[in-house]
Design a protein around this ligand. Structure first.
Ligand code: ATP
Ligand code: MG
Ligand code: MG
Ligand code: MG
Length: 564
């Protein structure tokens, strides 16, 4: 492909709302163009990258034995009424009426569609299992569409749905999908982690998320560098664990305790039994500051929490009644106790309505109070809390757990019979008995991955595509296309590379200066550039590695072998 023939509208202008590198560089590099809030067009380079990612996803899904299908983007609301989700999906699901006043939905996900496709078409256990998937547009009316392709309202998703005659067979497929997803992200050249997750609005029992590690990620995940253990913050359990706090980023697990009483807390913190939780806190704040208590309050019981909040502020005001002290102790036991060196953190999740009392107490002693969105954890300097998923059979080896930020790039669920039961989709088992299908569902954010690759691979000049995602592997820059020898050499190397099977772009733009072409190369982020310039007369060109920006002089005749 020739640069002069491709529509690549690069620009120096950064969109006002673009805070993330991927958003800035994908717009500036001429990959995508915004048409509305959370709605993007893909221009030629963006479409090439999107299709490459899509092709890898398709190849691995096909290898795993799944069948590609395509559901209508528009689905009748009646399907969602059948499943019961018409009432539960909330305002992310965009509904509209046609001219006959019939209600429709722009698909935010397709469990209903797939059940509708399979229902009455597969009737026997003999035809199971089956896995159907599509790579298709989704629409979710996100409350805060932002970060470019990262959180769009219209976006491309691979969504797969499997049907089984038993739970065991579902687990087999779920594990197969986990390994398939790992292959996909590995082929894309991404650093990622698999984490235990909550099932959210999709429902079902087991679920795992796949996170691309990046500081800009919206999700907080807990990972162990020594084993495969990982959990997202929503899946984090209330089970107390204790940590030896070594620095602000890392936590070393000391032991797991199951504290229920003040005595146990006191014992653990090595304070005599007669001392109360109040003393524990006082000791932490006013004395040696070697041990600090962190309460992790969650919204299981509002009354308990209200009492605890009141108790904690009363403690601070130094007029807590014995009863209040006990409440604080109970909550401390119930919620978990962590050893930290230099601050107190109360983490209160958004269910807690009456955190005011806590807040007023908290400010005076420099607590960090999180009372809305756990994603604001980023802003909390001294905060480090690790929680572990309860009953997590891939449980941690005991290594030093770390908090890190991730971009949710995929999510797999064991749905069970939630949708098949609701929609009356059954098969006949070996004994001729009708049973609802056992289902799994598996999503990958294909368009989000375009952005995720760049979040993980960029510098201050622009994108650095991984080999599998790059729109072209090599950009041949003819320094001055008006010079005949340079233009001819460019064409020759271009043809040779193409013949060798390399995806190559020839920057043959007559009126663009060298610096401009080089700037476009750095911004767009092809893995390599070949510069045809001043040393051509001596038989040399330069190869530039986009990642390191290192330049190497190479003989014209060995260019192809160097690139291969
Ligand atoms: P998030 O937590 O980021 O809102 P989700 O949990 O709602 O995502 P799922 O229902 O699990 O998303 O959908 C499967 C995948 O689709 C996600 O793992 C993610 O990669 C992608 N995805 C979800 N919402 C968006 C969006 N608004 N824009 C782009 N990709 C998205
Ligand atoms: Mg969502
Ligand atoms: Mg999510
Ligand atoms: Mg999800």
């Amino acid at each position: 492909m020739k640069f002069s023939k491709l529509f690549i509208p690069t620009t120096k202008e950064t969109p006002n709302d673009a805070t993330l590198p991927s958003h800035q560089f994908l717009v500036r590099g001429g990959f995508i163009a915004q048409t509305g809030a959370g709605i993007y067009d893909f221009m030629p380079l963006g479409k090439i990258v999107l299709d490459k990612i899509r092709a890898i996803v398709k190849e691995e899904m096909d290898n795993a034995g799944a069948n590609e299908v395509q559901f209508g983007f528009v689905t009748p609301l009646s399907l969602w009424e059948e499943s019961g989700r018409a009432n539960t999906m909330g305002s992310e699901m965009l509904r509209f009426k046609d001219r006959k006043n019939t209600n429709f939905v722009l698909s935010p996900t397709n469990e209903e569609s797939v059940v509708n496709m399979v229902k009455n078409r597969i009737t026997s256990y003999k035809d199971l299992p089956i896995h159907l998937y599509q790579i298709n547009i989704k629409f979710r009316d996100e409350a805060r569409p932002r970060f470019g392709l990262m959180r769009g309202r219209e976006f491309l998703m691979k969504d797969g749905y499997s049907f089984h005659s038993s739970e065991e067979d579902l687990v087999r497929e779920f594990n197969l999908m986990e390994s398939t997803y790992k292959k996909i992200y590995t082929r894309l050249g991404l650093d990622f982690r698999v984490v235990a997750a909550d099932s959210g609005a999709i429902g079902g029992s087991g679920s795992k998320e796949f996170h691309v590690l990046a500081d800009s990620g919206e999700d907080t995940i807990v990972v162990c560098p020594d084993c495969e253990y990982g959990a997202n913050i929503e899946a984090a359990t209330r089970k107390p664990r204790v940590f030896d706090y070594s620095n602000s980023k890392e936590l070393k697990k000391v032991e797991t305790i199951d504290t229920k009483t003040i005595e146990e807390v006191a014992n653990f913190l090595n304070i005599s039994k007669s001392q109360t939780i109040k003393a524990v806190i006082k000791k932490a704040i006013y004395e040696d500051k070697t041990k600090i208590v962190v309460f992790f309050l969650r919204g299981d019981d509002e009354l308990e929490e209200t009492k605890a909040c009141n108790a904690v502020s009363a403690l601070e005001l130094d007029d807590a009644s014995e009863n209040e002290i006990n409440e604080a102790g109970l909550i401390a036991g119930y919620c978990g106790v962590f050893g930290l060196p230099s601050n107190i953190t109360f983490v209160v999740d958004n269910e807690i309505k009456n955190a005011k009392g806590l807040a007023s107490g908290a400010n005076e002693i420099n607590y960090h109070l999180i009372n809305t969105d756990l994603s604001t954890l980023n802003d909390v300097k001294y905060f480090d809390l690790v929680a572990v998923q309860e009953n997590d059979s891939c449980s941690c080896c005991g290594g030093t757990l770390k908090y890190t930020k991730g971009i949710e790039a995929g999510h797999i669920f064991q749905l069970g019979t939630k949708y098949s039961s609701a929609m009356n989709a059954n098969f006949l088992d070996e004994n001729g008995k009708a049973k609802p299908f056992v289902m799994g569902c598996y999503g990958i954010g294909v368009s989000r991955l375009v952005a995720a690759v760049i979040e993980q691979n960029h510098d201050e000049k622009g994108c650095i595509w991984t080999k599998e995602t790059a729109p072209f592997m090599v950009d041949i820059i003819v320094s001055n296309s008006k010079k005949e020898d340079e233009a001819i050499a460019g064409e020759k190397i271009y043809t040779d590379l193409k013949t060798a099977g390399v995806q190559v772009l020839l920057d043959d733009r007559i009126n663009a200066r060298f610096g401009f072409k080089m700037g476009d190369f750095e911004l767009i982020g092809f893995p390599y550039a070949i510069i045809i310039g001043k040393r051509l007369s001596e038989g040399f060109v330069e190869i530039v590695d986009r990642k390191t920006l290192e330049k190497t002089d190479v003989k014209v005749e060995s260019v192809v072998s160097k690139i291969l």
